[in-house]
Write a protein that binds this ligand. Structure first.
Ligand SMILES: Cc1ncc(COP(=O)(O)O)c(C=O)c1O
Length: 342
């Protein structure tokens, strides 16, 4: 059976046109700095976001972890939302790779204010406390249900970071989904941040890869950390070509994924077993179920209908739309949901 796979936007398969672009890729040894396709992708991403340089890596976890490592020293502290991917889902990397503690903010669907950051700062003159060194914002927020950050809110955090000598990182795994909603440009976000991690293998539909952008000196150091982590790839142009193809062909269509996510959100709202649905802004739909149906129960029931979703808590489920899900698939999801009784 061909499943309709809504567990994540990471499950997409390269399109025939993307595979052709990959097959045509001009390659060289990227550890020697000789892969033309990788260089093109890095230059393109840096220019798009207005940063001096960029680095192609294997995954969003790797780009985030390298950024944290370069921005901090062991014993420093990182501020982020309590649901942040860098804290929850990167295998304890912030602590293990960089030796940093984390100060968590209880945000609004993954977003927080400059005032909350201000409250989370440690006094640099108090030797008892870890030195606050980095703030990380996630756009769009994964656990926050794909919500997007307001430029003004990040500008206020930027000003605070500058005043206190802190670096500002953006986990932009789904930054292009955010851009599709609010009309902001990559340059707007580049101007406000010291580094951005951008995933090619989520909404953009490439099979592998993320790009880290930042200043030339930051990326110079990031390249060393990537090598140390075993992330130096050789003829990686085959993968970079998929990323370049995605930038060219898969950005404008993201709003289709958002419209389909809206349909799933609306369908869930109408069902008696749904307690609540987080506001749907981009391609992620998170719902909380009432007492009569568990998340695992809904996952199993939808699987019977050929639909895969994720359970993200005892009563919470997540649906993610993407390149490989069309309107007909959403019709099926709506029908299947209607047929389930708690
Ligand atoms: C917000 C966010 N950041 C980072 C990542 C990590 O990406 P990867 O799976 O490529 O390591 C993910 C993965 O889903 C994510 O949702």
């Amino acid at each position: 059976m061909d499943f309709i796979d809504l567990r994540s936007d990471t499950v997409t398969k390269p399109t025939p046109a993307m595979r052709e672009a990959m097959a045509r890729a001009e390659v060289g040894d990227d550890v020697y700095g000789e892969d033309p396709e990788v260089k093109r992708l890095e230059a393109r991403m840096a220019a798009l976001f207005g940063h001096e340089a960029a680095l192609f890596c294997a995954s969003g976890t790797m780009t985030n972890q390298i950024a944290i490592k370069v921005h901090t020293r062991p014993g420093d502290e990182v501020i982020c939302d309590e649901g942040a991917h860098i804290y929850r889902y990167e295998g304890g990397g912030t602590m293990a790779n960089s030796g940093c503690s984390v100060k968590l903010i209880a945000g609004d669907h993954g977003r927080f204010s400059a005032m909350q950051v201000n409250e989370a700062l440690n006094d640099p003159n108090n030797p008892h406390l870890p030195r606050t060194r980095l703030v990380s914002v996630e756009n769009t927020t994964n656990r926050g249900g794909g919500s997007i950050w307001d430029l003004g809110a990040v500008a206020a955090i930027r000003a605070l970071c500058t005043a206190h000598g802190l670096a500002l990182h953006m986990d932009g795994a789904r930054i292009f989904n955010a851009l599709a909603v609010d009309g902001s440009t990559p340059l707007h976000w580049g101007r406000l941040t010291d580094s951005i991690s951008i995933c090619l293998s989520k909404g953009l539909g490439a099979p592998v890869g993320s790009v880290l952008t930042g200043s030339a000196s930051f990326i110079h150091e990031a390249r060393r950390v990537r090598k140390r982590m075993g992330g130096g790839m050789r003829q990686a142009g085959i993968l970079a070509a998929a990323g370049l193809h995605a930038l060219e062909h898969h950005v404008a269509r993201l709003s289709e994924d958002h419209a389909r996510a809206q349909r799933i959100g609306a369908a869930l709202h109408r069902l008696p077993f749904t307690e609540s649905v987080l506001p749907v802004t981009t391609n992620i739909v998170i719902a909380t179920l009432g007492a009569g149906l568990t998340a695992d129960g809904l996952v199993a029931a939808l699987k019977q209908h050929g639909i895969l979703i994720s359970s993200i808590g005892p009563q919470s489920v997540r649906f993610v739309t993407h390149l490989d899900v069309d309107d007909a698939a959403i019709d099926q999801v709506e029908n299947a949901l209607r047929s389930i009784t708690a």
